[in-house]
Design a protein around this ligand. Structure first.
Ligand SMILES: NC(=O)c1ccc[n+]([C@@H]2O[C@H](COP(=O)([O-])OP(=O)(O)OC[C@H]3O[C@@H](n4cnc5c(N)ncnc54)[C@H](OP(=O)(O)O)[C@@H]3O)[C@@H](O)[C@H]2O)c1
Ligand SMILES: *[C@@H]1O[C@H](CO)[C@@H](O)[C@H](O)[C@H]1NC(C)=O
Ligand SMILES: *[C@@H]1O[C@H](CO)[C@@H](O)[C@H](O)[C@H]1NC(C)=O
Length: 384
């Protein structure tokens, strides 16, 4: 086979070349290949484990292909991150989407990009600053002149761990934007949602609610401000209590409301991260591997928005596209009731329910009277 070979290119098995030097070279040659193969195998194994880890981190995707052609949708905070990916997928499925964003230029850039990618022309840029009750009212007023229906509302916008600051109305920023702005927005849109039933509300909360508690004595963190474990976590717990109370109020209306944790997602949410520059770069790099992509982060919102199988689910909490049980403080009815009443006062809405009876009269309370008052207030709100 290798008779023609010169000694320097001898194959390892050559029996025609007895020189020790060549034999040594041949062994050496074999050694290098052995090492290379070993390294290659190890690299493949590492790559496979990383791929597996990544699949696990990205979580399950919403895979049903159902379309929602012509359904009217509002998504808040969708010029970037999870909201943008959510709009992209809903646009692919034919929805008519009002993109409610704070920054008109960034909203328009995202809108054009999504139209470009989906060929869905029914996307509209609308100005909404959740840190201003006036802006929320203006947004709703304009929307109501444009649409008589609303099939899907996704409360996605959020701000995390910013330095303490106040909204236009003097609320602590995170509680004001994440909870109160959406509270007013949703309440003002309830008539449209009911009119379009079956319709849905999706609230993007966070697992950070686990650290949260509703601080009744210091809702606006005036005495003590802890940007993540305090104010942010409280606002995300408020999202869940809001979801639960609203689901109760909407019973029998065919309007469902559910909330979710999107996962730990590589977005601009950490823009207020206050570490040194090297730590920021390190976080950015590490997040490439261990955070979800925005697309993966949108999947749970998408399932809640789209899945025909969830028609009857309401008041529930989801993560990784699955329903999860809530910790006791996130399903505490007393807290949810209190927060609802307090939020109504703060945003200036009339009470949707009769005030709670004094403790002594609690036993003979008339639930039917409360139900009637819900109806009347809803009518009142709708007509405004
Ligand atoms: N990323 C995560 O790991 C993670 C984890 C748990 C929960 N979440 C939740 O997921 C939701 C989306 O966050 P994201 O990760 O996609 O963050 P993001 O990339 O920072 O996007 C947040 C969006 O909210 C908008 N927004 C902020 N303040 C607003 C205001 N006052 N009025 C109107 N819009 C406002 C932002 O607009 P601008 O660009 O103009 O600021 C942006 O469009 C948030 O509710 C967040 O709490 C995220
Ligand atoms: C919003 O979209 C309209 C077209 O629908 C466009 O004419 C307008 O310039 C956009 N607004 C901004 C602030 O870009
Ligand atoms: C809710 O949906 C069911 C089934 O589609 C329907 O029978 C019922 O009338 C609806 N109720 C309301 C209040 O729209």
């Amino acid at each position: 086979m290798s008779e023609a070979a010169t000694p320097t290119t001898a194959t390892p098995a050559s029996i025609y070349d007895p020189s020790a030097e060549a034999a040594e070279k041949a062994v050496c040659f074999r050694g290098i290949w052995a090492w290379l193969v070993l390294i290659l195998l190890v690299a493949l194994a590492v790559a496979f484990v990383m791929w597996l880890l990544r699949q696990i981190i990205q979580g399950p995707a919403y895979r049903k292909l159902n379309r929602i052609d012509g359904k009217v949708v509002i998504v808040t905070g969708c010029n970037t991150g999870i909201g943008k990916e959510t709009v992209l997928e809903l646009a692919r499925r034919g929805a008519k989407i009002y993109m409610a964003c704070r920054d008109p230029a960034r909203c328009e850039a995202a809108r054009i990009e999504i139209i470009d990618r989906t060929q869905n022309q029914q996307l509209y840029n609308r100005s909404l600053d959740l840190g201003s009750l006036e802006s929320v009212r203006n947004f709703v007023a304009r929307f109501k002149t444009e649409e008589t229906r609303l099939d899907l509302l996704i409360n996605n916008a959020g701000v995390m761990a910013c330095p303490r600051s106040l909204t236009a109305d003097g609320f602590e920023q995170q509680f004001g934007v994440n909870h109160l702005g959406h509270f007013l927005l949703t309440n003002l849109l309830l008539d449209r949602l009911k009119h379009s039933a079956p319709s849905r509300i999706v609230v993007v909360s966070s697992a950070a609610h686990l650290f949260g508690r509703i601080n009744r004595e210091d809702l606006m963190s005036e005495r003590k401000y802890s940007k993540f474990f305090g104010a942010y976590s409280q606002s995300k717990l408020a999202n869940i209590l809001f979801t639960r109370k609203l689901a109760e109020l909407l019973q029998g209306s065919n309007v469902t409301v559910n909330c979710c944790h999107p996962g730990v997602v590589r977005t601009e949410l950490n823009r207020h991260f206050a570490g040194p520059n090297w730590a920021k770069s390190a976080l950015k790099f590490v997040s490439l591997f261990v955070f979800k992509t925005p697309r993966a982060g949108a999947q749970t919102s998408l399932r809640l928005a789209l899945d025909p199988g969830l028609e009857c689910s309401t008041g529930n909490y989801y993560a990784d596209c699955l329903r999860f049980p809530l910790v006791p403080w996130a399903r505490n009815k007393d807290n949810a009731d209190w927060l609802w009443r307090e939020s109504e006062k703060l945003v200036g809405l009339p009470p949707i329910e009769a005030p709670p009876p004094p403790p002594s009269a609690a036993q003979n309370g008339a639930p039917s009277a409360a139900a009637e008052s819900i109806e009347s207030v809803v009518v009142e709100r709708s007509s405004s």
